[in-house]
Write a protein that binds this ligand. Structure first.
Ligand code: NAD
Length: 250
């Protein structure tokens, strides 16, 4: 299944979790992958993993919330690979706490990293994707579709992301660029779940928030991202896709 042979992908937040899983699948299926992350060592590690497995990879240290970082990463991709086909805007941060106790700096940082970075990512990659046609997939969240208790800045940022995806898809469609969002439920990564093994987490209350009564794994989100990024999804754009084991609203 080398459906990304000859293609070039950029994945943000690729040092860990969902981004790393996407980078691995894209690479296995033939794409050259730019592993971008704030964590420079982590990005280097993942790029080295991909190369060791026979892939082609480039590590870039960047803060997705800065315009300079977005300009630089695109320059580095073009210099090394000469084209860009797939973009997974995935980096994100979670902040937990009551709305009334959230300070402005925390609110602003969550909005910058989770939402403004998606604006910058789309703005700086779409012109290159439009050259031959391409696909942008953004990691939103269940919290981009429904409210979630005790994380108001995160919920607001992810609702912003799903709105931005719909708006961007309408402008970029005529340029041959598709834009979709994936909305993961609870996924076993560093961000959400730090306490215990996967089995322990699946025995805990968070697992019972899904219809499948377990949390998801990063690769289960990455499979959807890679489908949306591929030519198999050629008529899918401007859509918000759940990948959450079924989350009943009660
Ligand atoms: P993770 O913490 O394992 O990975 C996130 C990565 O993003 C890290 O490598 C981190 O260094 C990087 N990052 C953070 N801020 C950055 C910045 N300013 N610039 C560049 N890189 C930055 O978490 P994950 O669960 O894999 O999260 C990936 C995405 O999935 C996020 O957008 C998150 O909101 C979303 N998500 C996660 C879950 C979950 O349950 N894990 C659920 C819904 C949505």
């Amino acid at each position: 299944s080398a459906c990304f042979k000859g293609r070039v992908a950029l994945v943000s937040g690729a040092a860990s979790g969902i981004g790393r899983a996407t980078a691995q699948i894209l690479s296995r299926r033939g794409a050259a992958v730019c592993v971008a992350d704030l964590d420079a060592d982590g990005a280097q590690r993942v790029a080295a993993e991909l190369v060791e497995a026979g892939g082609s990879a480039l590590a870039v240290a960047m803060d997705v919330s800065t315009e300079a970082g977005n300009v630089d990463v695109v320059e580095q991709v073009m210099q090394k690979f000469g084209r860009l086909d797939v973009v997974h805007l995935n980096a994100g941060i979670l902040s937990v706490g009551s709305l009334l106790e959230t300070d402005l700096a925390t609110w602003q940082r969550v909005l910058d990293v989770n939402l403004t970075a998606v604006f910058l990512g789309i703005k700086h990659t779409a012109p290159l994707l439009a050259v031959q046609g391409g696909s942008i997939v953004v990691t939103a969240s269940f919290a981009g579709r429904e409210g979630s208790y005790g994380m108001s800045s995160y919920v607001a940022s992810k609702h912003g992301v799903t709105g931005l995806v719909k708006a961007a898809a309408s402008e970029l469609g005529p340029m041959g660029v598709r834009v979709n969002a994936v909305c993961p439920g609870p996924i076993y990564t560093d961000m959400m779940i730090t306490a215990g093994s996967l089995d322990e987490v699946n025995a805990s209350p968070v697992a019972r928030t899904t219809m499948l009564e377990r949390v998801g794994e990063a690769r289960e989100v990455a499979e959807l991202v890679c489908f949306l990024a591929s030519d198999a999804a050629s008529f899918i754009t401007g859509a918000i896709h759940a990948v959450d084991g079924g989350m009943p609203v009660i």
